[in-house]
Design a protein around this ligand. Structure first.
Ligand code: ARG
Length: 470
């Protein structure tokens, strides 16, 4: 029998090559080429381990390493020729290596593409989480700085999209900083579960060769805080597990939802109805027809793109749910979903940070809206509570005041003390002082509430925290 030198997974067993349509349908190199760095690093570590256990001699080992490094340089410079007929990134790199370095044919010893792709993906997700973490901190910083630069701006806070109570603009922005902090926590948790080395699991059942899995894991940084190797503990689970992909996409979906909500606030605030903020022209577009338009496209696109990030998560959950153990080719479908998710959220986070750095509040408009005395109706009820009235009764009394004001075409601060006292005797001569907005803000001084001192404290806390994470 003629032994084909060509490196394809079909070698030996198969007659002839797959048809073009089959090859085109099943190739993944057109998108998984993005795993090349991880693939090469993984192969270098694997080769090191093969040398340690005597499968490669020193010359072979060196030749493989320098061959892989050369391929890496070529890919980086855009000089590497990717071949679709070689299916995926793994076979492209291995084939190129073997064509140049005969010992390359030993590299795949005790390794399957099943544990290889699981390894590459874990390394890719780790890298992506670190990069995204950086960008998320930057967005948090942009929000905190915007709040800090305009720390005296007051806006109405909303519930049901109805004006509710006055808050500092900074307090509203800090709400998103908190959300992003939880996102960061989720990515951090996901990182720990991703940072476990599957190499050595082989196709499904490990290897009969005496591999040093811990060595590979240590070389590739799959270690805990104490530096001990983190190894997958079940070879079947290891080759079929894509939980870490789903966790990344789930954390990203929630992040995308947060960005979408922020976008919605920005869009509302920038509208003629609100006019609370001005976004720099560079982050808006005009209309091809209506000359007066200035559209908040970056925010709209960020809101819109959350749809595909959520969709990617659904696609992955659906992809996994019916798979029998262990590796199935279906799993190749994970890549475009996670790549798209990662690219999308990263771009959204980055653009959102840039846009927030080019956005300013229009403080007069904010103050005008926040000075609506009815926003302090709850303060009025609290006033009565301080006089000893049960809150429910106080709520009712203030409700009557609101109705009276409405009927007489006045605002709450225009009712007379007499009118207040006709509703409830406990309203004293100082009742109208409630409508001093500045003073009202100082009263909300418990942790998490928007008194000027508390908001400043929070801004300082975040500035300090973000400084240490930059
Ligand atoms: N391209 C494949 C993937 O992304 C690599 C693993 C292929 N393994 C196999 N046994 N066909 O999942």
């Amino acid at each position: 029998m003629k032994i084909k030198k060509k490196l394809v997974s079909r070698s030996g067993r198969f007659d002839g090559e797959p048809g073009q349509d089959v090859a085109a349908f099943s190739e993944s190199v057109s998108f998984d080429w993005r795993l090349w760095r991880q693939d090469i690093l993984g192969s270098i570590a694997h080769a090191g381990m093969l040398a340690r256990i005597g499968v490669l001699n020193a010359t072979e080992h060196e030749a493989i390493i320098s061959g892989l490094e050369r391929i890496g340089t070529e890919i980086d410079r855009g000089q590497f020729e990717w071949k679709k007929e070689l299916e995926d990134v793994h076979m492209n790199i291995e084939a190129a290596l073997t064509a140049r370095v005969p010992a390359g044919a030993k590299l795949h010893t005790a390794r399957s593409r099943n544990d290889q792709v699981a390894l590459d993906m874990r390394m890719w997700v780790r890298d992506e989480i670190l990069a995204l973490t950086h960008e998320l901190h930057d967005l948090q910083r942009a929000l905190v700085e915007l709040g800090q630069n305009h720390s005296d701006v007051i806006i109405p806070g909303y519930t049901h999209l109805q004006r509710a109570q006055p808050v500092f603009f900074a307090h509203h922005l800090l709400a998103y900083v908190e959300m992003l902090d939880r996102d960061l926590g989720r990515f951090h948790d996901a990182f720990a579960r991703t940072n476990v080395c599957p190499l050595g699991s082989g196709a499904i059942a490990g290897s009969t060769l005496n591999l040093d899995r811990a060595y590979v894991a240590e070389q590739l940084g799959f270690v805990d805080e104490k530096g001990s190797a983190q190894l997958t503990q079940n070879s079947m689970d290891a080759v079929s597990d894509r939980d870490f992909v789903i966790e990344f996409c789930a954390s990203s979906a929630l992040l995308a939802v947060h960005l979408s909500r922020l976008s919605e606030d920005v869009i509302l605030w920038a509208s003629a109805e609100f006019q609370f903020i001005k976004i720099a022209d560079a982050y808006t577009t005009g209309s091809s027809l209506m000359p007066q338009k200035k559209n908040p496209d970056i925010a709209e696109l960020t809101r819109g793109k959350s749809g595909r990030v959520i969709g990617n998560l659904m696609a992955l959950l659906t992809l996994l749910k019916g798979l029998p153990m262990t590796y199935n080719r279906d799993l190749q479908e994970d890549k475009e979903r996670i790549f798209d998710t990662a690219d999308t959220v990263r771009a959204c986070v980055r653009l959102m940070a840039a846009m927030m750095r080019h956005t300013v509040p229009v403080s007069d408009n904010c103050l005008r809206a926040a000075s609506d005395p009815s926003l302090l109706a709850t303060d009025l009820a609290d006033y009565l509570v301080r006089q000893g009235l049960p809150f429910r009764h106080a709520h009712h009394a203030v409700g009557l005041a609101v109705a009276l004001a409405e009927k007489s075409g006045k605002s709450l601060d225009q009712l007379t003390i007499k009118e207040y006292q006709s509703i409830e005797k406990l309203f004293g001569p100082d009742v109208l002082e409630i409508f001093n907005l500045k003073k009202a803000m100082t009263l909300r001084k418990m942790t998490g509430a928007p008194s000027p001192t508390e908001v400043k404290k929070q801004l300082q806390r975040w500035l300090k925290r973000l400084k240490s994470s930059s």
